[in-house]
Design a binder for this molecule. Sequence first.
Ligand SMILES: [Zn+2]
Length: 456
Amino acid sequence: MLFQLWSSEIKNFSIEDVEKNLWARQAGFDDKSLARSVNEFNLAFTKYGINSCMQKIVFLALGYAETRFKSLGEEISSFNSSKSIYKGRGFHQLTGTRDGNGFYNSPGPYENYATAVGNQNIISHPDLICKNIHYAIDSAGWFWTDPNWGKKVPLWSSSSNVKYIKFRADYFSKALGKPLNEVSHLVEDDEKYFWLQAKLLNGYPKGEKLEIDPNGWKTRKNAFDILKNNVFEFNIRCKGNDGLKFNGKWHDPVDNPQRTKYNSYGYVKPENGAYGNVRNNGSKYHSGLDLFALPDITPIYAPLDCTIAGITEGPVGGKVVRIKIDKTKDLLEQEKIVNYKLEFKHEEMGINIKETDSVYFIYMHLSAIPSKKLFTTKDVGKKIKAGEIIGYTGVTGNANGIPSPHLHLEVATVMDPFNNGGRTKRTNPARFIKLNSYDTKEQDDASKKNHNIKYE
Ligand SMILES: [Zn+2]
């Protein structure tokens, strides 16, 4: 997601460009990797209920501007605010309360946030919020949503004698008293509420006239438009012609999911990546969906809240992670949204999942790099949130050296369908994933490279 956000601004980008330009890069964070930032955003979205497209767009657009083109984790300027103990820090620039001398030396929201997350060190070491990538993003999620201590629209009263209060009460009538996350829903119909959110994050001085735009208004608007139109493709993916609603619970197993265009001999055979008797003219079964993925750099995600069910390794599947979905009902909701139609002659739907079924997602051929292995057998039973990174794709098992590096994904009602039930226990994973086009330059380029990389 972030990858797409930055890439839409940088022409001819590479992974290195993207990483170099990521806001965390310059900001002195403990972990500057793209994967970690993406993971932290997804965690905050889940934890704080930043679910809909519009909520995410507004949250990201304002954070982007608050960190000044994602270059700063803390406020650095010649103003008093920047010399304060509790100056602006983190993705939404959490700022303390102003004292009589104009410095923000009283902890204010820092104290409330410390209590909310149970870490009093934040008060004595406020730099945690600009040095630790988790707190930098988590603090913004908290400030954006907390009903008691987060940033809310004041309860301006339209019966007030004070002119500007009355004006604001009438003009922003739908937003009064709401946390900023809730106000995001109003932005779709009326962009003035985005203006209001920016103004409140920035500080909305008493008596100020409406026409004075918030600091960096053009940047904010620009970030909003890029996110809405290019990254989220709001009108296509979030609304859709058929009333398609974004399911905030679901996260695709990989970003930009597309089936493999090439087969393992380098021929254009997209059907080979589909589920069913799709290979050798309908005579050879493929037990999952092959999602194109560059090895060792493509994170795989938990699609829904789930539990780690198995960590194994073998000559065919290579390194394998199995997860069990906590609520099958959520998966069935996603299936309805996608409403998948078979694309190839021999492709099959597989079994129909029922709400009472246990459902497992099985991720195969994962990375051989030790640091990319996030779980061991000791982690079996561990709870994982939707959108959390659970590993990285690779070319282990029989996927070594092929021109179509991919994640082989299976969805089954048993943990080990290979030894227990086979196709009577499996379903077509494409039922749950909105696939993008497989005909991409990325796949063409990848097919020319040798992915047979050995790691010690
Ligand atoms: Zn496969």
